[in-house]
Write a protein of this length. Structure first.
Length: 344
């Protein structure tokens, strides 16, 4: 069905398109009688203005671009939900882009957002080093504010909101050590991503106090399938760790699927802890011990910073660099090792 246009209304009344536009926008130069007839006709044929076109003419589109690594993760869904709630009532609409952790796709999405004349960008970037040039160009040349969330890109002078990744790893490893574990493996998020690099570095800080082996450290690619494959490889090592730290909640799903297939019992055969929480962590048997981030808070703070940047483009202020604390949640997925026999 053909969409109704200003031209349709103008032809119906035998007036100019500019006359119809003035009538619909409440501008002077149109009689009250004709204005009422035009408004009634617009309602009758279902005419709606092209908000994007109007925004381009006025120099603002009331749109914000949001880039996330993937659409299936509850963590990013919660962040986007919080962003949308923060911006919607102020008249902003989101253009949501999924990068699939692909820097080429990320670059194409950024170009798309530039073409769409977005007023600001909220991004969980793919790689800590990739696409630095285009992000800097967006900020410095196009004067479009960018706020990173969960992740960031080194060398880009931008605001960001992240969780304290190293503190979270420290909490998890110390908890395992407190329960007698010295042989600990890691399934970390995608190498090259900010969270992947930070959580790996946080784990390796313990290399002098726990036994770390190369075959016990696996890149889970931040995905359920990656967690599944990584757990299988660790558990087929010549010697197994007694505990594994899992770097995000999607990978935890994959690990638990693999454990079920191998008939490995948790925590009797291996202890597990997770960086990230999700509703399923609590209902698994046993429920999974973890550190919890606050995605709703991440989204709210990132959106608030971006709003301030969009409203005060001509008033430079220091960058906002927010690092949020994580919360430890103790459940039942870790056993305590008490004897030398238990280490074997």
């Amino acid at each position: 069905m053909k969409k109704a246009t200003l031209k349709d209304i103008a032809e119906y009344f035998g007036v100019s398109i500019s006359t119809v536009s003035r009538a619909l926008s409440g501008k002077p130069g149109v009689s009250s009688e004709l204005r009422e007839k035009i408004l009634e006709k617009a309602r009758e044929i279902g005419y709606t203005p092209n908000l994007m076109a109007l925004g381009l003419k006025k120099g603002n589109t009331r749109t914000v671009g949001v880039l996330i690594p993937e659409l299936s993760a509850n963590f990013f869904a919660d962040i986007v939900s919080s962003i949308e709630k923060s911006l919607f009532h102020l008249g902003y609409r989101l253009i949501l882009c999924s990068t699939d952790d692909d820097p080429v796709k990320e670059r194409e999405h950024l170009q798309l957002l530039l073409d769409q004349k977005v007023e600001g960008i909220l991004s969980a970037p793919v790689n800590v080093k990739e696409n630095k040039d285009i992000y800097n160009s967006i900020i410095n040349h196009f004067k479009i504010p960018v706020v990173f969330f969960d992740r960031l890109v080194e060398g880009v002078d931008s605001d960001f909101v992240i969780s304290d990744n190293r503190e979270g790893m420290e909490i998890l490893v110390n908890y395992l050590v407190k329960h007698g574990h010295k042989k600990i493996g890691l399934i970390h998020p995608l190498r090259g991503s900010f969270t992947g690099e930070e959580r790996l570095k946080g784990f390796l800080l313990f290399k002098d106090s726990i036994e770390i082996r190369e075959e016990w450290i696996r890149d889970g690619r931040s995905s359920e399938q990656g967690g599944y494959e990584s757990f299988l490889r660790i558990m087929t090592s010549q010697e197994r760790p007694t505990a594994i730290v899992i770097g995000n909640n999607l990978m935890t799903l994959g690990v638990l699927k693999a454990a079920k297939e191998l008939n490995i019992k948790i925590p009797e055969d291996i202890s597990l802890v997770s960086f990230d929480d999700a509703y399923w962590n609590e209902i698994f048997d046993p429920p999974i011990t973890c550190v919890r981030q606050d995605p709703q808070q991440i989204g709210l703070i990132a959106a608030t910073i971006l709003l301030d940047r969009m409203k005060n483009r001509k008033k430079p202020s220091p960058r906002m660099q927010v690092v949020l604390k994580v919360k430890f949640v103790e459940r039942s997925s870790v056993r305590t090792i008490k004897t030398l026999k238990d280490f074997s």
